[in-house]
Design a protein around this ligand. Sequence first.
Ligand SMILES: NC(=O)C1=CN([C@@H]2O[C@H](COP(=O)(O)OP(=O)(O)OC[C@H]3O[C@@H](n4cnc5c(N)ncnc54)[C@H](OP(=O)(O)O)[C@@H]3O)[C@@H](O)[C@H]2O)C=CC1
Ligand SMILES: CC(C)=CCC[C@@H](C)[C@H]1CC[C@H]2C3=C(CC[C@]12C)[C@@]1(C)CCC(=O)[C@@H](C)[C@@H]1CC3
Length: 353
Amino acid sequence: MRKVVLVTGASGGLGLVLCERLLSLDSQVHLCMACRNVRKGEAARNGLLASHADADIALLQLDVSSVRSVLKAAQEFKMRYNRLDYLYLNAGIMPNPKLNFKALFKGIFSRNVVRMFATADGLLTQEDRLTSDGLQEVFATNIFGHFLLTRELEPVLCQPGLTSQLIWTSSNNARRSAFSLDDIQHKKGSEPYSSSKYASDLLSVALNRHYNNKGLYSSVICPGVVMTNLTYGILPSSVWTLLMPIMWLIRILTNTFTLAPYNGAEALCWLFQQKPESLDPVAKYHSLTSGMGKNYIEARKLDVDEDMAEALYEKLLQLEKKMCKKVRNEEEDISDPGQYLNHNDTFKRALHL
Ligand SMILES: NC(=O)C1=CN([C@@H]2O[C@H](COP(=O)(O)OP(=O)(O)OC[C@H]3O[C@@H](n4cnc5c(N)ncnc54)[C@H](OP(=O)(O)O)[C@@H]3O)[C@@H](O)[C@H]2O)C=CC1
Ligand SMILES: CC(C)=CCC[C@@H](C)[C@H]1CC[C@H]2C3=C(CC[C@]12C)[C@@]1(C)CCC(=O)[C@@H](C)[C@@H]1CC3
């Protein structure tokens, strides 16, 4: 049976390279590229078709930060396909990143230099903003939209007699201390990216607990430090040009500097080839590249506890209920314009107009 794969954030960076590598691994796959920008998506699809002319590649318009868009895209997907074997939850943002140069300089001369370059702990802050749904954008994009998508796609993911995989693109920057159960959207702090990536680690553990018995298995990966639009956004391009030789030198010190998106996608591709039942539900699978340029995978235990994972899962279920109700109410209001006229009449009468 031909496998169906859905990749979010497929228009560029790791997502696009993943699509290319998946088509090389299995030319029979039904690939669905979920992209928020249709033009960018079409250009990416055409690029793939240039090297894989017979491939079955479809586009799905999806802005994961918008509840309405997620509900619509999931509906569309379920009309087009009756199964989903792999769901890559890859789209992600790190808006307005600020690099702490003082911490960087101090770190370079400390014992923790290798760790600092691998995780960026204490180096980066971001300025988050609100989506039109009133959610924090980093949380909505990196976590909540993907959670909602998974829940909406449950009928195609959980088919009797079949297994399927959820694969989250997490990060080495995921940090327990940046996350709080009292503030899952990270409204108060300045490290929404670290918080959202830690939340994806927690959520993956909780999803395994709730869905393994339905044949759905969740894993998290870290692609290492990869040069994509996300990383290029941290510094001006002229500074990156100067830094690139140093970045290549750092690769000798730390295998997490995978740098090329092809290398970063290694763990994503490796998971595509594994039996989901054989995977560790509390491991993060890291893409690593040796100083000689050899790619390999390493599984490391996640820094999570089950109770915290469960508590986050419950909070996300509550938020899902609230947001879906809100969107459906808004839709009813739009499809019943008569009620506005009635409101208007009441309003006018109240003002004796
Ligand atoms: N680069 C790195 O070093 C690392 C990256 N990661 C993670 O890898 C993932 C991919 O990032 P990367 O390829 O590096 O970055 P890119 O910025 O190159 O790609 C991000 C992708 O996500 C899409 N996207 C962003 N926001 C939304 C949205 N609201 N709805 C739908 N799609 C959206 C982008 O679409 P568009 O083209 O329209 O902008 C793009 O396709 C992210 O989750 C990131 O956090 C993790 C660790 C390290
Ligand atoms: C090479 C020199 C001297 C300076 C570069 C410093 C930073 C720009 C660089 C150091 C560690 C990097 C890093 C990331 C981005 C670029 C750095 C901050 C990430 C935050 C990118 C996204 C992720 O998800 C993390 C895993 C990366 C962690 C390390």
